[in-house]
Design a protein around this ligand. Structure first.
Ligand code: ATP
Ligand code: MG
Length: 332
């Protein structure tokens, strides 16, 4: 296996890729810690199963929040376990390229480097997430034509205009998949006096979430806790409910896209009009989001193939895409 790994340390998911083998790990970014022993018991999919069930004496956490490390030690342990599971043990520390949000402070960036080294990697190269997403979406980032990438993850949406190998303009907002899930919880509480958990809301969002009229009304049954009686209650949610619930976060997201377009030089806007806005990340798969963004901006919009894998695949292909490690944010 290639000794060079690409890693997407996401708020929701962690992925590891190597050239030749492709994606060798794709797991939820979750760790379950034994509170008394202060020791990690489970990571990834197994830990995510315990989310909101929180067995006695266990803390289940997402150590990465809004695309940056919020719990350093937990991130190191989680990464170490994932590396062992996907890559195995090695004599020499593997090299890695790690994708980081376009807007990070030096402290946040250093935390990523330190976590990688503590988890057993060589000091990593860092790549700007939208640049990686663009490469993963098949865009020639080294060309002098402008491209717009909107990467909607769990914690953040990164919007960037890419040209000649780097982001000319970028913006990162904390409105993404998690905010959409939170908006569904709030909507169901207000409209039906029902308290539903994060997992239930996320499942409903993935199953029937939509922001555009669909020909067939979709429904899903969810269980929660009646706020008045405190008893468990089962209700049916429709895709209309989703559209109403998602209106507020999606509006904020589109406002931010419009703000970036506003600041983009006219030549690049005409390139984008030709090439279309390209969306990546798990959150871009909400039904009709592409149509809605297109109708507001007047620009064509397309969802990349395998949108959740674009960042990690693009980070893994940065070398062959012609990015030099010293250019822009692809630096050591
Ligand atoms: N089919 C789907 N429809 C709508 N949302 C989805 C779908 N699949 C995944 N999501 C949402 O996508 C989000 C996760 O996306 P992704 O894996 O790209 O995030 P991440 O890279 O871990 O986060 P970040 O980039 O913010 O650090 C979650 O909020 C999840 O609920
Ligand atoms: Mg991401």
């Amino acid at each position: 296996m290639s000794r060079k790994l690409a890693i997407d340390l996401g708020t929701s998911t962690i992925q590891i890729y190597t050239e030749g083998k492709g994606v060798i790990l794709n797991e939820p970014s979750v760790i379950a810690v034994d509170k008394y022993l202060n020791k990690a018991t489970l990571v990834g999919r197994e830990a995510a199963e315990l989310f909101e069930r929180e067995p006695e004496g266990m803390e289940v956490v997402r150590p990465i929040r809004d695309g940056v490390i919020s719990r350093f030690n937990h991130t190191v342990v989680m990464l170490k376990r994932f590396l062992k599971k996907s890559y195995g043990r090695t004599l020499l520390p593997p090299e890695a390229v790690i994708a980081v949000p376009s807007i990070v402070t030096d402290v946040e960036e250093n935390a990523v480097r330190d976590a990688a080294v503590s988890a057993g990697l060589k000091e990593p190269f860092l790549i700007d997430e939208p640049v990686a997403a663009a490469i993963g979406a098949g865009i020639d980032v080294t060309s002098d034509r402008g491209h717009m990438i909107v990467d909607i993850g769990g914690g953040t949406t990164d919007i960037a205009v890419i040209c000649s190998g780097g982001a000319v303009l970028s913006s990162s907002v904390r409105v993404a998949g998690d905010e959409m899930t939170a908006a569904i919880i709030k909507y169901v509480r207000n409209k039906y006096s029902l308290l539903i958990g994060e997992r239930t809301a996320e499942e409903a969002k993935i199953a029937i979430g939509s922001v555009w009229r669909r020909n067939d009304v979709q429904t899903i049954t969810v269980t929660g806790k009646n706020l008045k009686t405190r008893a468990p209650l089962l209700i049916e949610l429709t895709s209309y409910d989703m559209t109403e619930a998602l209106l507020e976060p999606v509006t904020r997201l589109i406002e931010e896209i419009c703000a970036v377009i506003e600041k983009t030089p006219p030549e690049l806007v005409s390139d984008i009009a030709e090439n279309g806005i390209v969306m990546t990340g798990g959150g871009c798969q909400i039904y009709g989001l592409d149509k809605m963004i297109s109708s507001v901006t007047g620009l064509p919009v397309r969802v990349a193939d395998d949108p959740t894998l674009c960042v990690v695949i693009g980070a893994g292909k940065a070398d062959s895409a012609g990015l030099s490690p010293v250019r822009h944010k692809y630096r050591k």
